[in-house]
Design a binder for this molecule. Structure first.
Ligand SMILES: NC(=O)c1ccc[n+]([C@@H]2O[C@H](COP(=O)([O-])OP(=O)(O)OC[C@H]3O[C@@H](n4cnc5c(N)ncnc54)[C@H](OP(=O)(O)O)[C@@H]3O)[C@@H](O)[C@H]2O)c1
Length: 210
């Protein structure tokens, strides 16, 4: 059974790992300080916490859940291990993109080069909304995915569905630049209409404006 390697142990890494662990997936975290992250066992039952390199060696799917500003150095350092793997880029670049015509996930893909299989996903899902047990009865979230590798996108879609999400295929990796932009708007709407509680998703943020 292959593992999902989640790089980063913050809000998103915890929320995704929690959901997948409860759904029976094998999760391994990659952390800068694996020894200091022992509490993750209670967040994502059964999950291991390793160094970046060790987690990448175990993971068939790699979720990049670190700040966008750290992605380039992470990818450059681990480029060989990322070849051919399904890489889920969840990072939000906000104002850190030098070229606004390019998606953060395209930059990640270019940095990996060669056999990159990058899928942009979860960019517009606030971490708090990923916990199924905190949702209202029957409430589902939407997860938008974009990528050029259909097989990789299908794997990521099925992982999103394990979090009781409806998946919207948003097309090519280039379309992820629209996802990058809509996150800023979502954060603004959440702040303006929902006290910045980050419990809404994009569709709920929109509904608040009606
Ligand atoms: N929060 C959200 O609702 C949300 C939603 C969608 C997407 N995102 C994106 O998902 C990514 C992670 O967000 P997050 O909210 O989980 O962030 P976070 O709570 O700050 O966690 C980021 C994790 O990345 C690791 N990391 C590696 N280098 C780091 C550095 N230089 N500074 C800080 N942390 C570093 C840390 O894990 P270790 O200490 O174990 O190494 C840290 O726990 C970001 O790119 C963000 O834009 C966030």
């Amino acid at each position: 059974m292959s593992s999902i390697a989640i790089i980063g142990t913050g809000h998103m890494g915890r929320a995704l790992g929690h959901g997948w662990a409860l759904a029976g997936e094998r999760v391994v975290y990659g952390s800068r300080e694996p020894g200091a992250r022992r509490d993750l066992g209670s967040v994502a039952p059964g999950a291991a916490v390793r160094s970046y390199g060790e987690a990448l060696a175990e993971g068939e799917v790699v979720v990049i859940a670190i700040p966008f500003s750290q992605v380039a150095s992470f990818v450059q350092e681990h480029r060989d291990q990322l070849q051919g793997k399904i890489v889920v880029d969840i990072t939000n670049p906000f104002d850190d993109l030098k070229d606004r015509n390019k998606a953060a996930a395209q930059i990640t893909s270019e940095l990996i080069g060669g056999r990159a299989r990058v899928v942009a996903a979860f960019k517009d899902n606030f971490a708090g909304t990923l916990y199924r047990e905190d949702r209202r009865d029957g409430e589902r979230i939407q997860v938008r995915v974009a990528g050029d590798d259909d097989a990789a996108k299908a794997v990521v879609a099925s992982l999103a569905e394990k979090l009781e999400a409806d998946v919207l295929d948003c097309g090519s990796l280039a379309n992820a630049r629209f996802l990058d932009a809509m996150v800023s708007l979502m954060v603004f709407l959440d702040s303006a209409y929902a006290d910045g509680h980050q419990r809404s998703g994009w569709i709920f943020a929109s509904a608040l404006c009606e």
